[in-house]
Design a protein around this ligand. Structure first.
Ligand SMILES: [Zn+2]
Ligand SMILES: [Zn+2]
Length: 189
């Protein structure tokens, strides 16, 4: 069992909230983004500011956390590889169960998968991570109708929509073909 570090930016101390059901506390904080917040092609840069706007509410079983997170996103377009610089704004809600509330057969809602407090501490990182990953597109695009890259020359078509090729693009290939067809002429002995 790992124990939470109270100094970690995404670990919250709920002591001030207390355990009286109905008690609420609003928390606004800015934390540095943890590593790997996102997916391979689109993510929040490590250490960049994540703005959290949270409401903590004591309920019978634990602490209900409702909130939003705003952060910068960087990545690259899945079609044309152009850098993407965007913002993400996600909402989340999670019940953190008090660690002295034990699972028993009569209470099926409190399964072993539930997020738990450790004493007065709760860890927002898994919650933030899930919310961000769920909000990201699998195939980020620089614009909805990005036409991608030219299959012949690799040019970015959004920059040059009218572009076409009538002849082979690379004269070296043309030269090589002539060489293969007529080796005698090109390479006399
Ligand atoms: Zn693109
Ligand atoms: Zn082209």
């Amino acid at each position: 069992m790992t124990s939470l570090d109270p100094r970690a930016p995404l670990v919250l101390d709920t002591r001030e909230l207390g355990r009286r059901p109905g008690s609420q506390r609003d928390v606004e904080l800015t934390v540095p983004a943890p590593a790997d917040l996102g997916i391979e092609v689109l993510s929040v840069p490590e250490g960049s500011p994540v703005e959290l706007d949270l409401r903590l509410e004591a309920v019978m079983e634990g602490v209900l956390v409702t909130g939003t997170a705003q952060a910068e996103l960087v990545g690259e377009c899945a079609r044309c590889l152009e850098p993407i610089d965007d913002q993400i704004d996600v909402r989340f809600q999670e019940l953190f169960v008090y660690d002295d509330v034990r699972h028993d057969d009569s209470d099926e809602e409190l399964d072993d998968e539930a997020s738990r407090l450790e004493g007065d501490l709760l860890d927002l990182e898994p919650l933030l991570r899930d919310a961000v990953v769920l909000a990201l597109p699998f195939q980020p695009l620089c614009q909805d109708d990005c036409p991608g890259l030219c299959v012949e020359c690799g040019a970015r078509l959004a920059d040059d929509p009218g572009h076409s090729h009538e002849e082979p693009i690379d004269p070296r290939w043309a030269g090589l073909q002539a060489l293969k067809q007529d080796p005698q002429d090109s390479n006399p002995e």
